[in-house]
Write a protein that binds this ligand. Structure first.
Ligand SMILES: Cc1cc2nc3c(=O)[nH]c(=O)nc-3n(C[C@H](O)[C@H](O)[C@H](O)COP(=O)(O)O)c2cc1C
Length: 390
């Protein structure tokens, strides 16, 4: 069973992640893991923090001589900013005069609800953990899940559909998304460069006005076999697992599978993907003229590409802060401001790729099992044969 946890404060010494259940014998490409971390740090509209941090995963356990050994994998991502925070956020008692209080809760963040829940007099400890810095830890273990999936031929990538009021209409092919992924510079991770320029202008506008933006990304999983997830039990449905995984990312407020939102307003005859049969080189010879289902029917992957969209609310920290209340005096004040991104849609897409990859890896391991990669691959090959003969 694939299980994972993360730990770490945004301005603490390091982020930590644990990943248990990856079979023995999977080659770990450190450069790939670090490139995924780099991708999460890119995008037009990021704040100063991204200029300080250049993330790298330091693997502590579960990998020896370049391969997994079936034991839990743990890794650490150092926070380079820690050197500036050692006195403000020490593990020991420290000097309370040096603590950096967050005196007024920021609307849209966990600050107020977290302070009430944990009985903190201010929001420092809340934002330290609620911050999306945590998603870097998920991207690192997600990269390992991607390496695992790659052995089965499954690839997971993302692209940006909407930034603020600018939206890319029409479908985007896997080839378009792969080409985007090869670029050395990530602007807004949109496959259409004209639309991407308009997205950039949207970001420029909020940079000028002290506001922030949200948007929509789409994660695409390519070459997923039919049969991952099941309708047999509610909590084993692949759509439910993916929705929870992507929704768990900071600032994601809605998740859509395929064209689920538009489908709610359309007639069934225009939505459901008709079934044909024509010799082709996929897992089976069944074919679909389109993929409105986003690759999942009845909670099971159906052999088409899996497409999951995440809808992000605008970044909560505003340079022109919203109204709040001082924690101590209860007097009206402007919300606290800390260095912040103004648009993170491409980065959120990368974090969502990690969550989709971890979810698919979990379902693949549940279906194919295996304590070693040799065993998993053999079981997968047997299933492929079964599908061919179906
Ligand atoms: C990759 C990424 C980076 C983010 N960076 C910031 C940031 O710099 N400042 C900020 O206010 N919010 C940022 N956010 C969004 C906040 O984390 C989010 O608004 C906050 O967690 C509250 O959202 P929630 O209610 O969904 O948890 C970021 C989100 C993601 C996915």
């Amino acid at each position: 069973m694939l299980r994972y946890f993360t730990a770490g404060e945004s301005h603490g010494e390091a982020l930590v992640a644990f990943l248990s259940g990856i079979p023995a014998g999977l080659e770990i490409d450190q450069d790939f893991v670090d490139r995924e971390l780099w991708r999460r740090q890119q995008g037009y509209g990021r704040g100063g923090r991204m200029k300080i941090e250049s993330d790298s995963a330091h693997i502590l356990s579960g990998v020896r001589h370049g391969k997994t050994i079936g034991s839990p994998i743990s890794l650490e991502i150092a926070n380079k900013d820690w050197k500036n925070w050692q006195e403000a956020l020490p593990v020991g008692t420290g000097d309370s005069a040096k603590h950096k209080r967050v005196a007024s809760p920021r609307p849209g963040h966990a600050d107020l609800a977290g302070a009430l829940k944990y009985n903190f007099p201010e929001a420092r400890y809340v934002l330290e953990r609620a911050s999306a810095r945590e998603s870097a830890a998920r991207v690192a273990i997600g990269a390992i899940a991607k390496l695992f999936l790659r052995i089965l031929g499954i690839e997971v990538l993302s692209h940006v559909i909407t930034v603020g009021s600018v939206t890319l209409n029409g479908s985007v092919t896997w080839e378009n998304i792969s080409a985007l992924h090869k670029r050395d510079e990530i602007l807004l991770n949109c496959t259409d460069s004209e639309i991407e320029q308009r997205m950039k202008e949207e970001v420029d506008k909020v940079l000028r006005t002290g506001d922030s933006l949200g948007g929509v990304f789409e994660v695409v999983a390519h070459s997923v076999p039919p049969g991952l997830g099941t309708y047999a039990q509610w909590d084993e449905r692949l759509d439910a697992l993916l929705a929870a995984a992507v929704m768990s990312l900071q600032a994601v407020k809605a998740v859509e599978i395929g064209s689920g939102v538009a489908a709610a307003f359309a007639a069934g005859s225009t939505v459901h993907d008709e079934i044909g049969y024509a010799a082709k080189s996929g897992f089976t010879s069944f074919s679909r003229p389109h993929n409105n289902a986003g690759g999942i029917e009845g909670g099971i992957s159906n052999g088409e590409e899996i497409r999951v969209r995440g809808y992000l609310k605008p970044i909560s920290t505003l340079r022109r802060p919203l109204q709040s209340v001082d924690f101590s005096t209860r007097e009206p004040v402007k919300a606290a401001y800390e260095r912040s991104d103004v648009c993170v849609v491409p980065a959120a897409g990368v974090a969502a790729e990690a969550m989709v990859a971890l979810t698919l890896a979990r379902c693949a391991l549940e279906k194919f099992g295996g304590d070693s990669m040799a065993e998993t691959v053999r079981n997968f090959a047997g299933y492929r044969e079964q599908l061919k003969k179906f």
